[in-house]
Design a protein around this ligand. Structure first.
Ligand SMILES: C[S@@+](CC[C@H](N)C(=O)[O-])C[C@H]1O[C@@H](n2cnc3c(N)ncnc32)[C@H](O)[C@@H]1O
Length: 295
């Protein structure tokens, strides 16, 4: 293990990579309005529809997410994992079987491997299982994991599996438990606010907590206003006798405002979000994370 170094900001290379991919099959003039519309849809789903989730079966919604959310999420997760530290994540030695529930483009995996690189955590040997209800994300992974990994880490990220499960169905919950029970580390990144909601125990948290195997870690991250407060975390922890809340923190991650070239390219700065037909600027990600250990 080396000494602490800086966590390099990779927002701009990731945005440029996604942008190049999005316009690779069409001219920017044709493609960009569709992704702007996709972004508008995402923003209004997240802003106004507390109980609902955007429809990621739409290609332009996934593209808009990859462009406007994923690079910032990678950085927010990198900073969060850095603060949580290797010990709390239980990442001593490998290979570590990591399952991501609601992985989408896989922001959290790139964030984890990026921070491991920057902070010289040594070679992290991860066996990565991704799970999501939306099969279309498979088309994003060659960009958001393979090419992004090559560019940012020096080698492509290749998940071992990508399983399609809808956790709002009985069958999806059974599949979730199968995936979780075979893991060392389970990541639940920005999923529960779209499903169980507000950090209270629900069907999905129940299923996860009951399936966590001995000596495993569970990392739940969510938008701070939706995530569990201290009482909520205590009630989650109380779901199992052998469960301990070992770390919990709020991360307010500033989104950079220095994308001059990208602004020109996009015509509309991607970090400006449509609201009431006007524009407001996205400045921060406010994310709360809790880490639980089992057994
Ligand atoms: C906000 S995105 C998070 C993506 C990524 N983990 C990140 O943090 O950038 C939420 C993800 O959860 C998935 N999702 C939402 N509801 C789900 C459900 N009922 N079952 C499985 N996946 C679900 C969505 O398809 C989407 O990819």
């Amino acid at each position: 293990m080396g000494g602490a170094q800086e966590i390099k900001d990779v927002t701009i290379p990731l945005e440029m990579l996604v942008m190049k991919t999005l316009v690779s099959h069409d001219s920017p003039a044709n493609a960009l309005p569709k992704f702007r519309a996709g972004l508008k849809g995402l923003r209004s789903a997240y802003r106004y529809n507390n109980s609902g989730a955007p429809d990621y079966s739409e290609r332009h919604s996934r593209g808009a997410y990859a462009l406007a959310f994923y690079p910032h999420h990678v950085m927010a997760y990198a900073h969060m994992f850095a603060r949580a530290g290797l010990g709390n994540l239980g990442l001593n030695g490998g290979p570590v079987r990591v399952v991501v529930l609601g992985a989408g483009p896989g922001s959290e995996i790139l964030g984890l491997l990026h921070v491991a690189n920057c902070l010289d955590w040594g070679e992290l040997e991860l066996e990565i299982a991704l799970v999501d209800k939306e099969p279309g994300w498979k088309n994003s992974h060659p960009t958001t994991l393979a090419r992004a990994g090559s560019e940012i880490l020096g080698s492509a990220i290749e998940p071992k599996s990508f399983d399609i499960l809808d956790f709002n169905t009985a069958q999806g919950l059974i599949g979730l438990q199968g995936a979780v029970s075979d893991s060392d580390l389970v990541l639940v990144p920005m999923l529960l606010s779209e499903t169980d909601g507000r950090g209270q125990p629900g069907k999905i948290t129940d299923a996860i907590f009951s399936a966590m195997p001995a000596k495993s870690r569970l990392v739940i991250s969510d938008i701070a206003t939706y995530a569990a407060d201290d009482a909520g975390l205590a009630s989650l922890q109380g779901m199992r006798q052998d469960c301990q809340l070992i770390w919990s923190e709020n991360i307010v991650h500033p989104c950079q405002d220095s994308h001059t070239d990208l602004k020109k390219y996009l015509y509309m700065p991607h970090y400006e979000v449509p609201r009431n037909d006007g524009l407001i600027r996205r400045t921060t990600i406010n994310m709360r994370t809790a880490i639980f250990s089992f057994g």
